[in-house]
Write a protein that binds this ligand. Structure first.
Ligand code: SF4
Length: 233
C-alpha cells in the first residue's frame, strides 16, 4: 500500500498492485472502526473495477447490455459476498424481494436434485459444464440484464469476452475468449474463514439456511490487509 491517511471514520490509502504486466494504483477507503467483512465489499468492488479497467484498456470487448448468456454459468460467491447480497435482498421492497426469492427457489429446485448445489469432489471445469448444461439463469437476471449491476459479485465484474457474443451460449463454451483479467476476487474467498470456500450464487437462499451466523468484526484496514495478503495465493 502507498500513502496512508486516517481521517474521521475512515482509513484511506493508495493501493499499488502489480499483477503480471498490469500495474494499478487505486485510491481505497475503508472504515476505521471494527466492522463486519461485508463493510469493505464496496472498497473491493472499486478495486476490482480498477483492475478490470486496466486489463480492458486497448482491447475489444464484445459484452453488451442485454446479453445475459454468461449469467447462466456458475457464479462462485464467498461467504463475505453472500452476506452482502443477502443484506441487499433484505433491503429491497417486499414485492421485488418476493420476485427474486421465487427465482432463487426455482433455481434451487433444478440445481439441488441435479446434484449441483455445491461443487463437491468434481473439478472446477467438470462442475462448470454440468452446471451450465442446466441453463439456470441467475436469479438476479431480468430481461437478460443484471438487476443488481452496481452490487454484482466481484467475479461477475471480472468476466468479459472478446469473442462473438453468440459463442457464450454454446454448450461447451468452445471458442469463447475471456479477457485476461486477473481474478483478484479469489482473495475474498478466505477473508473470514481462512479457507477457500464458496457456493454457487443461485444457491444463496439455501446457503442462508445453514450459513454461519457469528461474524468477526475487525478494523477495516485489517480486513483490507487480509485481502491483500491473500492476493496471488
Ligand atoms: S449477479 Fe448479475 S452479472 Fe452476475 S450472474 Fe447474476 S445477473 Fe449476471
Amino acid at each position: 500500500m502507498g500513502q496512508m491517511q486516517q481521517s474521521t471514520g475512515s482509513f484511506s490509502a493508495t493501493l499499488r498492485l502489480t499483477i503480471g504486466e498490469l500495474a494499478v494504483a487505486h485510491p481505497i477507503a475503508v472504515p476505521s472502526a471494527s466492522v463486519p467483512a461485508t463493510d469493505i465489499v464496496p472498497a473491493l468492488q472499486g478495486l476490482v473495477n480498477a483492475v478490470v479497467a486496466a486489463a480492458e484498456a486497448g482491447r475489444v470487448v464484445s459484452c453488451t447490455k442485454g446479453c445475459g448468456a454468461c449469467c447462466r454459468q456458475v457464479v462462485p460467491v464467498s461467504r463475505t459476498e453472500g452476506e452482502r447480497l443477502l443484506q441487499l435482498v433484505d433491503a429491497m421492497p417486499a414485492g421485488r424481494r418476493a420476485g427474486i426469492e421465487q427465482r432463487f427457489a426455482a433455481a434451487e429446485a433444478v440445481l439441488a436434485p441435479a446434484g449441483l448445489a455445491a461443487r463437491g469432489d468434481r473439478s472446477d471445469r467438470e462442475f462448470s459444464l454440468a452446471y451450465f448444461a442446466q441453463r439456470v439463469p441467475c436469479p438476479f437476471l431480468e430481461d437478460e440484464s443484471c438487476s443488481i449491476h452496481a452490487e454484482r459479485p466481484l467475479i461477475c465484474r471480472e468476466y468479459l469476452v472478446s469473442s462473438p457474443a453468440e459463442l457464450c451460449a454454446g454448450p461447451s463454451q468452445e471458442g469463447v475468449m475471456p479477457l485476461p483479467v486477473p481474478k483478484i476476487s479469489l482473495a475474498a474467498r478466505a477473508l473470514q474463514d481462512d479457507r477457500d470456500s464458496w457456493f454457487p450464487l443461485a444457491m444463496l437462499m439455501a446457503w442462508r439456511r445453514t450459513r454461519p451466523t457469528a461474524s468477526a468484526r475487525r478494523p477495516g484496514v485489517e480486513w483490507l490487509q487480509r485481502f491483500v495478503g491473500r492476493l496471488g495465493k
